[in-house]
Design a protein around this ligand. Structure first.
Ligand code: ADP
Length: 605
């Protein structure tokens, strides 16, 4: 699976989405930082202009300072030239630091803005998006892709401008020094470009493979070194197999890393050799020129070879630009693709708050629902469900697993939209209501309680940020959990969650119930809230739930029928339809599906 993941990721990298007006949109992102960018470009030009001078000064230092025609070195001239050179280099270094600061800060600011934009946008996406998309992929967009954007500015934009200007400046210095030698150097360039291209292609390929192998390793680590992964491996005694899987990938990783280092070294070595060959040829050509009567001083040769060597790296940087641009536009495209996703469930322009009249009334009118990601041709999950729950009623949904009970509970807060039919909340079509207000009126306690890695108090205040300590304790008391919390050394400040204090299943459920009590919603949905608990915890949680459901419309999805015998109304769901409805006694008298289910549970328990 991990291999396929990496392959998919690689393909995704290669096939970035085509975003119209990409350049205009990228420009738009940088728009607020225009001044900093203009200043950066100005600095680049100033820096480049300064760098033209030193080679010419070098020539003069040689020809008039060190080896003047009339004999001994001329110290005052030499000193003057050297001081100017040092001053220019210091100025150039300061400009470099300033420019790097500007590009780094603009790049990172744009990245920060993009990251928060994307995160906020994802928060608004419908639930279906997250069930369809792998968590890893979403995380990678936020972390890797957005992270890569910072590099775009500092690496691509700055290097294009910087290198172009440097190359041009060096070229100008070279021409001033000697146009004949400049021609020699230019003629030799294609050989280097060719070598660099070849080695570059090989390096890119190896880098891709290394990255892929690394992501395989990471994915194995994530899979098998998580709590669930370790439990699975231990319980099926698959540790050896896991080690084997890791070892195979690890061998690849080692081999590729060596290859990568070596390809880098080959690249470097080629450039080094080239850097020493060009001056050698320049010396020979200079000798030939001098013999031919052209005036070429020692200073010219020294200055020329210095500039020419400095020219090499910027030139190679420019050659890489096409690749950099491709990478960065792929990064931008992928981020923009996510930003362009339109949440399929969002407030209508005239969405209204939940009416206060009939609050708690829930109606399903011929609701048909098919999951957006269900396979083609599969039957709908809900096939025409109609029911009404009156305010304050305790309604239960029972039936075999996979019947569609949880789906019913997802549709009420509009986590998904119906395929056809209408769901009304307090008499209004849920699609006409403000989603946040709808959510505020609904509390859910499910089988899997999710607590953040934070203190109990912080987890509780997630429901009501301004709750006082007294509010917290009140809710915890009603949820039968106050005494337990009070017995912890840190009390309400005990950190819970993955890396914190491990609460038992029943304790977690009761914290979740206290959290819902603080939210104080008109409608409470209990989705198999006690089915994962042992019978003692179940009883404690059950009694907390009874307190919680008092005075509000409650929908209980139940596996154990004993918990719903007192319900005002019980809906028996089977195959996406409500097949029976009524009170416990009515349903027993009906002697149908419910009666059979009940008989089975009574006799087996
Ligand atoms: P119940 O709560 O009665 O056990 P559910 O409402 O969870 O049943 O599921 C009803 C059906 O919908 C099941 O067949 C399940 O496989 C399917 N289902 C649930 N979630 C999804 C989903 N995200 N995408 C596609 N099908 C789903």
């Amino acid at each position: 699976m991990s291999g396929q993941d990496a392959e998919a990721q690689r393909r995704e990298n290669a096939a970035a989405p085509r975003i119209p007006h990409l350049l205009a949109r990228i420009r738009h992102l940088f728009e607020p930082h225009k001044r900093a960018l203009v200043l950066t470009i100005a600095l680049v030009f100033v820096g480049a202009a300064i760098s033209v001078a030193p080679p010419l000064l070098t020539k003069h230092a040689f020809d008039f300072g060190l080896f003047p025609k009339d004999g001994a070195p001329n110290v005052p001239i030499l000193l003057e030239l050297v001081l100017i050179m040092v001053a220019l280099w210091i100025a150039s270094a300061i400009i470099g630091v300033w420019q790097t600061y500007l590009t780094a800060s603009v790049g990172n600011k744009v990245m920060g803005e993009l990251r928060i934009k994307l995160f906020s946008h994802l928060q608004r996406m419908e639930l279906g998006f997250f069930t369809r998309t792998k968590t890893g992929v979403i995380q990678s967009r936020l972390q890797n892709d957005v992270g890569g954007v910072a590099g775009v500015l500092s690496n691509t934009v700055a290097s294009v401008i910087g290198n172009t200007v440097t190359v041009m400046a060096a070229f100008v210095s070279m021409l001033i020094l000697s146009w004949q030698l400049t021609i020699v150097a230019v003629i030799l360039m294609p050989a280097l470009i060719f070598a660099q291209r070849r080695i570059g292609a090989v390096r890119a390929k190896i880098a891709g493979l290394t990255q892929e192998s690394l992501s395989n390793l990471t994915s194995i680590t994530q899979e098998s070194l998580s709590v669930s992964g370790i439990l699975l491996a231990k319980s099926f005694t698959q540790q050896q197999a896991e080690i084997g899987r890791y070892a195979t990938e690890n061998v690849d990783q080692v081999r590729l890393q060596v290859k990568q280092t070596m390809s880098g070294q080959w690249f470097f070595a080629t450039v080094q050799v080239f850097l020493s060959i060009v001056p050698a040829i320049v010396y020979l050509v200079a000798a030939w020129l001098i013999l031919g009567g052209v005036e070429v001083t020692a200073g010219t040769i020294v200055a020329f070879t210095t500039v020419q060597a400095r020219l090499m790296w910027p030139l190679m940087g420019l050659m890489r630009v096409a690749l950099d641009l491709q990478t960065s536009s792929a990064l931008f495209s992928r981020i923009l693709e996510y930003l362009d996703l339109v949440p399929s469930i969002a407030d209508k322009p005239l969405a209204r708050p939940v009416p206060s009249e009939n609050l708690g009334r829930i109606e399903f009118d011929e609701v048909v629902f098919r999951y957006p990601d269900a396979p083609e041709g599969s039957p709908a999950t809900l096939k025409g469900v109609s029911f009404t729950i009156e305010p304050g009623q305790f309604a239960a949904f029972v039936g075999p697993s996979g019947a569609g009970k949880t789906t019913v509970s997802y549709l009420i807060p509009r986590l998904h939209d119906v395929s056809s039919g209408v769901i009304r909340f307090a008499g209004a079509d849920v699609r006409e209501l403000q989603q946040e207000d709808l959510m505020r009126n609904i509390g859910v306690v499910s089988q899997e309680t999710y607590l953040f890695h934070a203190t109990i108090a912080q987890n509780l205040r997630y429901a009501k940020p301004d709750a006082t300590q007294q509010d917290l304790e009140e809710a915890a008391k009603q949820a039968n959990i106050h005494k337990t919390i009070a017995s912890f050394p840190d009390g309400y400040d005990t950190v819970v969650g993955e890396r914190g204090y491990r609460l038992s299943g029943g304790e977690k459920q009761r914290v979740a119930i206290a959290r819902v009590l603080l939210k104080n919603p008109a409608v409470l949905i209990l989705d198999e809230a006690t089915s994962a608990l042992d019978s003692i915890s179940e009883r404690v949680v059950q009694s907390a739930l009874e307190t919680a459901s008092r005075g509000r419309t409650t929908i209980a999805i139940a596996h154990r029928l004993s918990t719903v015998v007192d319900a005002d109304v019980i809906f028996v769901v089977d195959g996406g339809r409500i097949v029976e409805r009524g009170s416990h006694d009515e349903l027993l008298n009906l002697d149908g599906v419910y009666a059979a289910l009940y008989q089975r549970q009574v006799t087996t328990s």
